[in-house]
Ligand binder design. Structure first.
Ligand code: NAD
Length: 498
């Protein structure tokens, strides 16, 4: 198989990871993986098609009986080893993720890689602590509830945090005793393939984890419809999520959907302005705005709007947009040319509806970045009903609007079809909790934004999907309850009198 050309990376497996081996695609298909920094070819990887997905599902099904009956602590130990292994290889993995996705190296090194290790470690520890229950039923009976693994789980992930999403998806699924077929995005498969190598090195039983990079309409579609897959976990756009639900109908598999978002970020007039400005910039510009929970709608109290915007615009203009492998870079390129063009199109859409571009709104004019997928931090004044304030742009693009009172702020915040993340900045304790309880979202941050932790449930409502990742919620979602009734001392009624 081909290896990656960039010298610091050494070689990375480019085959499909099926049954514990790296193999070529059944029909020999290949995908070109390009650098978002300059659009040069980084690697040519095997492209999984429907036949390869079938082989991966068969491998996962063969591995399921032994894996699901292994002592939970032993499954946990392998996940803990994986976390350690990721930390041993942290620098290399961070660089690989940076080159493939365009995330600045300071973020992949400081956030993506440690969070991935931390998430595998959390679920490694969880494996033997997640318990069933005993239900207090009528006298004479014992009723206990086992939490059983579901079976072969299909997982389809997007390109915005490819490495981190391996742990969010695989961590709870494997801890609970399921086996996995994961389809990374065709755009950013490299760190996931490298993870496959680490998984093989550690000695996970063959077939417990299978990795099949391929296109959505072929490999993704097959995984979602596969009759031997018992659950499909999908992270991606709302439109694709609908297709996954359709495809899953055949065997009525369980579906978990982590979809798009349009995060409201409300700044009240009593907020600590410096903290709100900083936090709001992180909320939208971190990862080039390519985050489902990004704070992409700034909703400012009219009394502080001007003071806030003076500072916020100055900060946005000062963000260093550059080569993501440079330690000093604060914002890298978007992850693909197609996506960059889509984000830039939203600037025209904003203007066509009367929006005003306050800063950014274009690619940087630095000739060193001309071949890459770069977009400047962009701030647009727009009405709450404008398309840019309703649709997910998924870039370094924030819409700004103002409000007069709490009711209006809440109405604007809740005025989209999405319901994933939302934030608010205030010093008023009762207002903070009141608004937090009224925002329609799966996650709310008070005087902060975009915090995640493997113990805290992550997911959305409305068009943002259903089901939860992380914590005990995820373990519930990756197990089936089995209720067992035992007659310990009951005299059964004589239903038939004989
Ligand atoms: P996408 O929906 O285009 O693709 C996501 C994944 O689905 C990819 O692996 C793709 O190959 C696959 N896919 C595409 N068509 C498919 C089909 N017909 N059947 C099965 N699989 C198919 O999304 P994207 O552009 O890669 O990612 C960006 C989107 O993901 C944004 O909307 C973002 O909000 C969302 N997202 C959500 C969360 C969350 O946790 N809620 C997290 C990250 C990203």
């Amino acid at each position: 198989m081909d290896t990656i050309a960039r010298p610091p990376l050494g070689s990375v497996q480019t085959g499909l990871f099926i049954g514990g081996e790296f193999v070529a695609a059944a029909d020999g298909g290949r995908i070109d993986v390009v650098s978002p920094h300059d659009n040069t070819l980084i690697a040519r990887i095997a492209e999984a098609g429907a036949r390869d997905v079938d082989l991966a599902v068969e491998a996962a099904a063969r591995a399921f009986p032994a894996w699901s009956s292994m002592a939970a602590a032993d499954r946990g130990r392998l996940l803990l080893k994986l976390a350690d292994k990721i930390e041993e290889h942290a620098d290399e993995l961070a660089l690989l993720e940076t080159i493939d996705t365009g995330h600045p190296i300071r973020d992949t090194r400081g956030l993506d890689v440690p969070r991935t290790a931390g998430c595998f470690r959390y679920f490694g520890g969880m494996a033997d602590k997640f318990q069933g229950s005993v239900v207090p039923v009528e006298r004479g009976f014992l009723n206990y509830v086992l939490r059983q693994p579901i079976g072969v789980v299909g997982q389809i992930v997007p390109w915005n945090f490819p490495f981190m999403f391996t742990s969010w998806n695989m961590g709870p699924a494997l801890a609970a005793g399921n086996t996995v077929v994961l389809k990374p995005s065709e755009i950013t498969p490299l760190s996931t393939l490298r993870l496959g190598e680490l998984i093989a090195e550690i000695g996970f039983p063959k077939g417990v984890v299978n990795i099949v990079p391929g296109y959505g309409h072929t490999a993704g579609q097959r995984l979602a419809e596969h009759p031997a897959v018992s659950k499909i976990a999908f992270t991606g756009s709302t439109a694709t999520g609908r297709r996954v639900v359709e495809a899953s109908r055949g065997n009525l598999k369980r579906v978990q959907l982590e979809l798009g978002g349009k995060g409201a970020n409300i700044v009240f007039d009593d907020a600590d302005l410096a903290a709100a400005v900083n936090g709001s910039a992180f909320a939208i510009f971190h990862n080039q705005g390519q985050a489902c929970i990004a704070g992409s709608r700034l909703i400012l109290h009219e009394r502080i709007a001007e003071a806030f915007m003076d500072k916020f615009l100055a900060l946005a203009r000062s963000i260093r947009v550059d080569d993501p492998t440079d330690q000093g870079t604060e914002m890298g390129p978007l992850t693909s040319t197609e996506h960059r063009d889509r984000v830039l199109k939203y600037i025209d859409i904003a203007k066509s509806q009367g929006g005003e571009v306050l800063t950014g709104g274009a690619a940087p004019d630095d000739p060193r970045l001309a071949k890459g997928c770069y977009v400047l931090p962009t701030v647009v004044r727009a009405a709450p009903t404008d398309r840019v304030a309703q649709e997910e742009v998924f870039g370094p693009f924030v819409s700004v609007t103002t409000f007069k009172n709490d009711e209006e702020a809440l109405a604007i915040a809740n005025g989209t079809d999405y319901g994933l993340g939302g934030g608010l900045w205030t010093r008023d304790l009762s207002r903070a909790h009141k608004i937090a309880q009224s925002i329609r979202a799966g996650m709310v941050w008070i005087n902060s934004y975009k915090r995640v932790n493997p113990g805290s449930p992550f997911g959305g409502v409305g068009q943002s999907g259903y089901g939860r990742e992380m914590g005990f919620e995820a373990m519930h979602d990756y197990t089936e309850p089995r209720s067992v009734w035992v007659n310990v001392d009951a005299t059964l009624p004589a239903f038939y009198g004989r």
